[in-house]
Design a protein around this ligand. Structure first.
Ligand code: C2E
Ligand code: CA
Ligand code: CA
Ligand code: CA
Length: 278
């Protein structure tokens, strides 16, 4: 328990100093993490509910820290963005994800796209399309098997994003709108930009069995996506009851713990590849 008075404040400020030191230390470690081969990808299947088949898979980065163990992207991606390390990390993720998908294709795995999360800084880097094309060339993955997950807030500057997205689209790369409904949603974006898929954010799914507003919002997003000829997927499905509502609302694709947590590459092969084919 913190005490008031001089010592209390002293204690508090020591805490702050300690936190800051930890963050600086983590930054330094993160700088070396790529070279030390400490980053790894997990993969979460995207499932078509009519036949439980895997129709896509999302790459999610983790950091295996030498003393702290596995650190989640929610902790180190913000640090990477602050320090500019996100560009190197993002490049590593893209290359690793594309190489893994190409290998799975070669081994007779399903011909599905891999989804990769892009940060805002990556999205706005010059020559993004050319740079991604060079990674595809290097790894041998065809462009239609790469799906980039971006968020609505990245597209605030409509003229800039139109240019970037049209270029990616011309190359055959797919675009998915992540966390849909949580950002600066503008329906005009959906009309303006070449978007292949809309991902309904988990915050609308969490209470969907009790909350009629969430249910209505989700039903509306699904109907809208269908009218605009976009794919729609719901994320964060954890229970059968949630799944039943989504199925009832005609959402054919879902991602969430109910079907699978993010898995290591080996576990993906074991759980989802047809035996004998890989
Ligand atoms: P996101 O892109 O929205 O990814 C979904 C997150 O929800 C993942 O957390 C995933 O493990 C988690 N999740 C999936 N299904 C369920 C479920 O049924 N219930 C619950 N409670 N959670 C579920 P993760 O892997 O910790 O990633 C967190 C965020 O970090 C991601 O959110 C994404 O914004 C960011 N991130 C992850 N990998 C990368 C990356 O390679 N690059 C960038 N720029 N960001 C990344
Ligand atoms: Ca995502
Ligand atoms: Ca998301
Ligand atoms: Ca393998």
């Amino acid at each position: 328990v913190k005490k008031k008075g001089k010592n209390g404040y002293q204690y508090f400020s020591n805490e702050l100093v300690k936190k800051l030191q930890e963050k600086i230390e983590l930054e330094g470690d993160l700088r070396k993490a790529i070279a030390k081969n400490e980053l790894l990808l997990h993969y979460q299947p995207q499932i078509r509910t009519s036949d439980n088949s895997m129709v896509g898979i999302e790459a999610l980065v983790r950091w295996n820290h030498p003393t702290k163990g596995i650190i989640s992207p929610g902790v180190f991606i913000p640090i990477a963005e602050e320090t500019g390390l996100i560009n190197d990390i993002g490049t590593w993720v893209l290359r690793e994800a594309c190489a893994q998908m190409r290998q799975w294709h070669d081994e007779g795995g399903p011909l599905i796209p891999i989804s990769v999360n892009l940060s805002s800084q990556q999205f706005h880097q010059p020559h993004l399309a050319e740079y991604i094309m060079s990674i595809l060339q290097e790894t041998g993955l065809e462009p239609q098997y790469l799906e980039l997950e971006i968020t609505e807030s990245m597209m605030m500057d409509a003229t800039v994003s139109t240019g970037i997205l049209n270029k990616l689209n011309e190359h055959g790369i797919r675009i998915s709108l992540d966390d849909f409904g949580t950002g600066y949603s503008s329906l005009s974006y959906l009309k303006m930009f070449p978007i292949h898929k809309v991902k309904i954010d988990r915050s609308f799914i969490r209470d969907i069995t009790q909350n009629n507003n969430d249910k209505a919002i989700v039903a509306t997003i699904i109907a809208m996506a269908q009218h605009l000829n976009m794919e729609v997927i719901a994320e964060g499905i954890e229970t059968k009851d949630q799944l039943d509502i989504l199925t009832d609302k005609d959402c054919g694709k879902i991602q969430g713990y109910y079907f699978s947590k993010p898995l290591s590459a080996d576990d993906v092969e074991e759980a989802f590849f047809v035996p004998g084919r890989a």
